[in-house]
Design a protein around this ligand. Structure first.
Ligand code: GDP
Length: 445
């Protein structure tokens, strides 16, 4: 899902790497690339326009952050705008205060409504609810039976019109289902309504009649994400014809571009509440705009890290260290210690490293990282004289022995620290030349 968009955006950000400052031309070029990326992802044009304008505006206006380099600043803006177009905060189900919560599903035939009804029922059951499914799709020949089969799969009862009485009236079925739910103490009623191959007035009327009769707590519009912009058009028609509170996207697993997911909330003004991404009953969850955005940006929890860095970094301190390095190429053990202490303010080392993308494979090492390591380094550096800290090259054998003794460590520990310091210094100098990486975080390539 979103593979092309992810790749495109990654390329865009790559072009910004190494820039010290964003020029007007950089911002324009970036905005153009983002526009193309979104259009290729099949995002609706008005949404694209709004998105690009917002990114441009903010990139120009944003106060220059010292904790973030330009690429990171743009990533942060794009991320926040993605969250916005995806609907902002996660919208959770509203439950009725008294009596059963009634959820009505509407949508086209083949949208995946019947499958979704069962997935939703299972999800609710897992949350400790006692749902009942209602077969109010009396149009499609096998719909009732299909819902019954699905209900059985997830262990949720299905309320269906009596056999022989099959031509029944869907409004009546929905009404009696709610009575049944009250009698049998089901706390959620999920009503599956009829769909058609295309949008027509009769279908809309039937859905609206059911809605008026049962006054659902939530009307959910179910739509197949694979149909791209058609999903957005249909969503608009249903909004005018029936109205609904939220959208459920199905078949996200088959939607490589993500156009529907990215457009529908902005266009309809209704949040995407659930996403279904597979044929299995468990391939279903709440839709979290923030998580979806980080997935698109393929960032692990990098964004959390960026935010924390902004909050915790002593910007003045980092700026001074960076300046010193650029102007004199100088970086002392005292600076090294200060940086380590700054990083530490962000949280535990294993947690920080774990938030970086691609670190999953090192999970074991991270879990075993000894947090006291930083204390040890601190003890060793503090056992050095100011002259030694300023000029670590002077730390010869006898000094090493003295420092080891003073800090209660082994000479090998001192050796390791000094080696590490020179490595970090080299890396920092490379980074400053390249302009990439995290400024102010020399330990983190
Ligand atoms: P309805 O007509 O709206 O009730 O649609 P159905 O629930 O019968 O689903 C239509 C088809 O889409 C069925 O073959 C489902 O197995 C399939 N389907 C439903 N949801 C998903 C999904 O999230 N991913 C995939 N790949 N297929 C799905």
């Amino acid at each position: 899902m979103f593979a092309t968009l992810s790749d495109r955006l990654a390329d865009t950000f790559k072009n910004l790497r190494g820039k010290g400052k964003l020029s007007e031309a950089d911002i324009d070029a970036t905005a153009r690339e983002i526009r193309i990326a979104l259009l290729e992802a099949d995002v609706a044009l008005p949404v694209v326009k709004e998105f690009v304008a917002a990114v441009k505006d903010r990139a120009r206006g944003e106060e220059v952050s010292q904790a973030l380099n330009p690429a990171q600043q743009i990533i942060k803006i794009v991320n926040e705008e993605l969250v916005t177009i995806l609907g902002g905060e996660t919208r959770r189900l509203r439950y009725a205060k008294t009596g059963p919560t009634v959820i009505m599903l509407a949508g086209l035939q083949g949208a995946g409504k019947t499958t979704l009804a069962a997935k939703l029922a299972l999800w609710l059951k897992d949350q400790g609810k006692t749902p009942i499914l209602v077969a109010a799709d009396l149009q499609r020949p096998n719909a009732v039976q299909q819902l019954q089969v699905n209900g059985e799969r997830v262990g949720v009862p299905v309320f269906a019109p009596e056999a022989g009485n099959g031509v029944g009236n869907p409004v009546e079925v929905a009404r009696s289902a709610i009575d049944e739910a009250k009698r049998k103490l089901h706390d959620v009623v999920i009503i599956d309504t009829a769909g058609r191959l295309g949008v027509d007035a009769e279908l809309m009327k039937q859905a609206a009649d059911i809605r008026d009769a049962v006054q659902p707590d939530e009307v959910l519009f179910v739509v197949d994400a694979m149909i791209g912009q058609d999903a957005v058009t249909t969503a608009q028609l249903f909004l005018d014809g029936v109205g609904y509170d939220g959208v459920v996207l199905t078949k996200l697993d088959g939607d490589a571009r993500g156009g529907a997911a990215l457009s529908i909330a902005s266009i309809t003004g209704r949040p995407v509440m659930f996403a279904s991404a597979g044929e299995k009953m468990t391939d279903f969850d709440l839709f979290h705009p923030d998580r979806m955005a980080s997935r698109i940006l393929d960032m692990g929890d990098m964004l959390t890290l960026i935010e924390q860095a902004e909050k915790t970094f002593d910007q003045e301190e980092s700026r001074k260290a960076a300046e010193k390095l650029v102007s004199t190429g100088d970086f002392t053990l005292d600076d090294f210690l200060k940086q380590m202490q700054q990083i530490r303010k962000l949280g535990s080392m294993s947690k920080i490293m774990g938030m970086l993308p691609g670190m999953g494979q090192f999970r074991d090492q991270l879990d075993n990282f000894d947090e006291r390591e930083i204390d040890r380094i601190q003890a060793i550096i503090q056992s050095m004289t100011p002259a030694e800290r300023d000029n670590p090259k002077m730390i010869d054998g006898s000094r090493r022995a003295r420092i080891a003794k003073g800090s209660g460590r082994q000479v090998s520990d001192v050796n390791q620290l000094v080696d590490r310091f020179f490595e970090a210094k080299k890396m920092m100098q490379q980074m400053m030349r390249g302009g990439g990486g995290m400024p102010g975080m020399p330990g983190m390539p």
